[in-house]
Design a protein around this ligand. Structure first.
Ligand code: F3S
Ligand code: F3S
Length: 108
C-alpha cells in the first residue's frame, strides 16, 4: 500500500507534503507530484498538510480520482526506485491522466 496524490495537486504543486515526508519519496513531475509506491512507508504525515486535500491513502482515494492510483505507480515504471526525490529533482514528464487535463487556471 501507499499514499496517492490526486488531481487537486495538478498545476498547484504546493509542496508542503515534501517537507513532511521522512523518506523523501514524493517526486516532482511537470504538473504534479507523485509518491513512490515502494518507497512510501505509509506514515501518513503528508496527508493532512496538503492545503487542497490532494493526498489519500490508497484505499481511500475518491471514486472520481481512482485513475491516479495507477498513475502514481506507472510514473515510476522507467525510473525504478531512486531512493530519494531531492537528489533526482524535477522529472520532465507526467502520467497520461495528467497530460490530457486542460490547464487548471485557478491553481495558483
Ligand atoms: Fe501537491 Fe498538496 Fe503536495 S498540492 S505538492 S500534494 S502539498
Ligand atoms: Fe512520505 Fe509518509 Fe506520505 S512516507 S509520502 S509522508 S505517507
Amino acid at each position: 500500500m501507499t499514499y496517492i496524490i490526486a488531481e487537486p495537486c495538478v498545476d498547484l504543486i504546493d509542496k508542503a507534503c515534501i517537507e513532511e515526508c521522512p523518506v523523501d519519496c514524493i517526486y516532482e513531475g511537470n504538473r504534479m507530484l507523485y509518491i513512490h509506491p515502494d518507497e512510501c512507508v505509509d506514515c501518513g504525515a503528508c496527508e493532512p498538510v496538503c492545503p487542497v486535500e490532494a493526498i489519500f491513502y490508497e484505499d481511500d482515494v475518491p471514486e472520481q480520482w481512482r485513475d491516479y492510483i495507477s498513475a502514481n505507480y506507472d510514473f515510476f515504471d522507467d525510473l525504478g526506485s531512486p531512493g530519494g526525490a531531492s537528489k533526482v529533482g524535477k522529472i520532465e514528464k507526467d502520467a497520461g491522466v495528467v497530460v490530457g487535463l486542460p490547464p487548471r487556471e485557478n491553481a495558483h
